[in-house]
Design a protein around this ligand. Structure first.
Ligand code: ME8
Length: 512
């Protein structure tokens, strides 16, 4: 039985359309899902939309439509964006789906019956953008650090979850499982939060103030707090998977989020899981922010990059490459069009794109597109190139396993650079002109064909469309990208033909 593994993105609020930030987390999850599938694992990959709560109700009202109608529209945009972008999720969950609502009510009832939910009164400063109460010490100049708005004071009777009952157990788990929250800077941040006694979590909103939510099973005058509802998606999203398999996925659940939602995921969620009697997830992986200039990119700040526009202008894989190459997972990074164009032109147009065109052009010019056989053993320089790919593969896998996407790409690009060096050193363009050297020229092009096939295989999790295009240009079956590769010099059958070159990444010219 293949080993099971489960990847999730946050479920995105439907108050904004997909932008670069959402795309980053989704592309990261997609890359991991593809990488683990290519390693023979049985992957379940979940994404979706978070549709209840004040924030959505308010946005729908501003738009003049019912919340559900509004949520249908934006959720549809998320779903179709990910489809257009070739994201390989196994399921797309909406918190307005019936099976999710039933699951949330079941968990609420269970936790209520065992006494971890009680009725009481609470007043506090609430940020609607974050959908949570803030303690004074968490505010910056009295404002929410993320939304830069003043929270509003809310006092009302509500239901509360005794989060503090599970604080010790959570702390122990974090200490005993070093990979529970990564990178470690975020783990330390959570340990800092857990130094203070946890306050109980308000998990309801009176319907008199907000009706857009899941009704509490034990009091129909209240709806469930949006985070309690949303976090449970990670379990309800597996509802369609059979029992034993579901448990196996859950034991290997990896959540991917940005640093804005560490507290709900690292404190609320595990304490809810403990209270409801579920095992804890395996790991929470936290990345930094994509900034535009100095500020975090977000709809409220009005400085957004849209994935479909980027795809239209530059192709999807150019965008994926930039996202994965220019952010070290865990750290912040900044998006500028200049940086994007510089990376694209240097690494994709001049690097990979140019190599593919050059190899295919030579193959056509010298041998009419037909790959020539490699007679006997590979020569020294051939073996060196082969070794460069073996090293790149080993290191790229090590980096991908720990989410160091930028380093994995660096390793693969080292192998691509080794191909350029190989072309210069072996000079097939000279050998072709001398009758007695032509066969060797053909062998060199065969070895370069092997190198491109390996490149396609290595980039598949990171740049899936390009991997398929390179395979097609080479005349090999893109469906076999992750199949074990034959020996170098022996992988193409006699008479195998490659396609004429087609530009993979046309250079972006900057208008002055
Ligand atoms: O928080 N940089 O949804 P959300 C990097 N519904 N990542 C970014 C980003 C940026 N500038 N902006 C957004 C919610 N993201 C809740 C989640 S989960 C049970 C509920 C990404 O629409 C990043 O993954 O505000 C971040 O954590 C998420 O979008 C927030 O999405």
């Amino acid at each position: 039985m293949p080993e099971k593994i489960y990847f999730t993105t946050p479920i995105y609020y439907v108050n904004a359309e997909p932008h670069l930030g959402h795309t980053y987390t989704t592309v990261v999850a997609d890359t991991l899902a593809r990488f683990h599938r290519s390693m023979g694992r049985d992957v379940f990959f979940l994404t979706g939309t978070d549709e209840h709560g004040d924030k959505i109700a308010q946005t729908a009202e501003e738009t003049g439509v019912e919340p559900k109608q509004y949520a249908d529209r934006i959720s549809g945009i998320f779903r179709s964006t990910w489809e257009t972008c070739g994201i390989s999720n196994d399921h797309f969950i909406r918190t307005t789906d019936d099976y999710h609502i039933a699951f949330v009510r079941e968990v609420l009832q269970r936790v209520y019956e065992q006494g971890d939910i009680y009725f009481g009164e609470y007043g506090g400063k609430y940020c609607t953008g974050c959908e949570r109460f803030y303690a004074d010490r968490e505010l910056v100049d009295g404002k929410c650090p993320d939304h830069e708005t003043e929270p509003v004071w809310i006092k009302e009777e509500n239901y509360f979850f005794r989060m503090g009952n599970y604080q010790e157990q959570l702390l122990r788990h974090i200490h005993e499982n070093p990979g529970f929250i990564t990178p470690s800077g975020y783990k330390n941040e959570v340990l800092g939060l857990l130094r203070e006694p946890l306050e109980d979590l308000c998990i309801s909103r009176p319907k008199s103030r907000l009706s857009w939510g899941i009704e509490l099973p034990f009091d129909d005058s209240y709806v469930c707090y949006v985070w309690f509802d949303a976090l449970l998606n990670y379990l309800s999203g597996l509802s369609h998977v059979k029992g034993a398999e579901r448990d196996a996925y859950w034991r290997h659940a990896h959540h991917l989020i940005a640093k804005d939602i560490v507290k709900p995921h690292a404190v609320f969620w595990p304490t809810i899981l403990l209270a409801a009697g579920f095992p804890l997830y395996k790991s929470l992986h936290v990345h930094g922010y994509w900034n535009m200039g100095e500020s975090k990119m977000s709809k409220s700040l009005g400085n957004v990059i849209r994935p479909l526009e980027m795809r239209e202008r530059f192709g999807l894989d150019g965008f994926r490459y930039f996202l994965l190459r220019d952010m070290a997972f865990g750290m912040d990074s900044s998006f500028t069009e200049d940086a994007f164009i510089a990376r694209f032109n240097a690494d994709l147009s001049n690097g990979l794109g140019n190599l593919v065109s050059r190899v295919l052009s030579m193959q056509h010019k010298y041998f009419d597109g037909e790959l020539q056989p490699v007679a006997g053993e590979l020569e020294g320089l051939d073996r060196e190139l082969c070794q460069a790919f073996t090293t790149a593969e080993t290191k790229a896998k090590e980096h991908l396993a720990v989410l160091a996407f930028h380093l994995a790409l660096e390793e693969i690009w080292r192998a691509i650079a080794a191909c350029d060096k190989y072309v210069v050193e072996t000079a097939p363009f000279k050998l072709w002109k001398q009758e007695e050297q032509r066969a060797r020229g053909g062998e060199i092009l065969h070895v370069l064909g092997d190198a491109l096939r390996h490149t396609a295989r290595l980039i598949e999790p990171l740049m899936p469309e390009t991997a398929v295009r390179i395979s097609e240009l080479l005349g090999s079956d893109p469906g076999k990208l992750s199949a074990p590769t034959p020996e170098w010099g022996k992988s193409f059958a006699p008479g195998h033909r490659v396609s004429k070159p087609a530009p993979l990444f046309p250079r972006i010219e900057i208008e002055s």
